[in-house]
Design a protein around this ligand. Structure first.
Ligand SMILES: Nc1ncnc2c1ncn2[C@@H]1O[C@H](COP(=O)(O)OP(=O)(O)O)[C@@H](O)[C@H]1O
Length: 351
């Protein structure tokens, strides 16, 4: 190989990914169902491990994607929200690259939407690449292009939600109407009836979509700790993706909530995941969708060849392990190098 020829093993660029740090200066605990241990103090040590790794990689990441739930909701109860956010952001000071922050439910347990928009967690302020924001001012979504031919889009999965929205807002009204139509429980964090198993569902392939959703447990997503994407945001996304198609870009979309039922426990899905899927499957530029929220992680390649990666959560990762990754971007693929609980994955672009 001559020196002029491009070395195909050398990535065009790399980036880091990490999800659900949920830091709090409190003793270890458990998730709601008491099935998973949560290591609240140690999560900052695992973030440190990730940053140390990214700082010592041969090819330093160009940016880091922090996929939401950076501090835990318990901070609010102990009046430690600002203090804990400062602690985590101090760790990020040693980041070798710019950090893009996604917002999850725990951001809204700690802060109002207005506060978040004015906070260090609003990375759109630094990285909006010109006209990148939806026209409605308080949707936290933007896109950026770290290298020619590549675009990343951050979505606001709590745009229509009971979390972070004023009760008088249109979005709150839409959220409560939708939730109550699907969830009859007094406590809206408690999911609606489970539905039947997937095995039984296979024999019922031809039933109505709504019945199918109930039977497969997809209705479980209608809980207060999830949210959805407004029509304004979907219209904006359509526009960004049409432009990316036109420019023959490779697009990766990120949100706190996963949008493919096969990439997560359905209790973690965005409410209108189906509308998102329809949009991204209609745009050939999209190669990958990354999310957090389901701490067990998940992965699926949909019928359009789009990769749906749900990253394992730091908060439920034992102190002797890790949960983060470095993604190397090539002309025909992305390669995820996972650490600890996070798997290595080859993400070939759809043809
Ligand atoms: N089955 C349930 N019934 C009632 N509340 C629940 C249920 N599952 C979760 N919650 C509540 O919803 C919120 C989010 O749940 P949690 O498991 O802590 O989510 P996360 O993974 O985002 O931390 C918490 O306040 C939790 O207590």
């Amino acid at each position: 190989m001559t020196t002029e020829m491009k070395d195909s093993t050398q990535p065009l660029f790399t980036f880091g990914i990490i999800a659900d740090i949920q830091y709090a200066d409190i003793d270890d605990g458990f998730n709601f169902k008491h099935t998973r241990k949560r290591y609240y103090r140690n999560s900052i040590r695992l973030l440190r491990n990730a940053l140390e790794r990214w700082n010592t990689e041969n090819v330093k990441p160009l940016f880091i994607l922090q996929l939401g739930d950076i501090i835990d909701g318990f901070n609010k109860r102990y009046n430690m929200s600002d203090q804990s956010l400062n602690t985590v952001m101090k760790e990020f000071d040693s980041s070798p690259a710019e950090v893009h922050h996604v917002w999850g439910n725990h951001e809204f347990y700690n802060f109002s939407r207005d506060t978040l928009l004015r906070s260090v967690l609003n990375s759109s302020v630094d990285f909006d690449s010109g006209g990148g924001l939806p026209s409605t001012g308080d949707i936290y979504a933007y896109h950026f292009s770290p290298a020619p031919g590549y675009r990343f889009i951050l979505l606001d999965a709590y745009d229509v939600s009971l979390l972070g929205r004023e009760e008088s807002s249109v979005q709150y009204h839409q959220a409560i109407t939708l939730l109550k139509a699907h969830n009859k429980n007094e406590d809206l964090n408690h999911p609606p009836a489970r539905g039947l198993t997937r095995k039984y569902f296979r024999s019922l392939l031809f039933c109505e979509p709504r019945t199918m959703e109930a039977l497969t447990g997809l209705e479980k997503r209608f809980v207060k700790f999830n949210g959805g994407f407004s029509q304004d945001q979907l219209d904006w996304l359509e526009g960004v993706l049409s432009s990316a198609d036109h420019k023959l870009e490779r697009v990766t979309i990120v949100s706190h909530l996963p949008i493919h039922p096969s990439s997560t426990d359905p209790i973690c899905l965005a409410w209108n995941y189906d509308e998102l899927l329809t949009i991204i499957q209609g745009h050939k530029s999209v190669v990958c969708f990354m999310a957090g929220h389901d701490h067990d992680g998940g992965f699926h390649i949909d019928h359009s060849g789009v990769h749906h990666l749900t990253l394992e959560g730091v908060i439920e990762t034992p102190p002797d392990s890790d949960a983060f990754g470095t993604v190397s971007v090539y002309e025909d693929r992305m390669v995820l190098k996972g650490y600890g609980r996070t798997f290595d994955r080859l993400l070939m672009y759809p043809c």
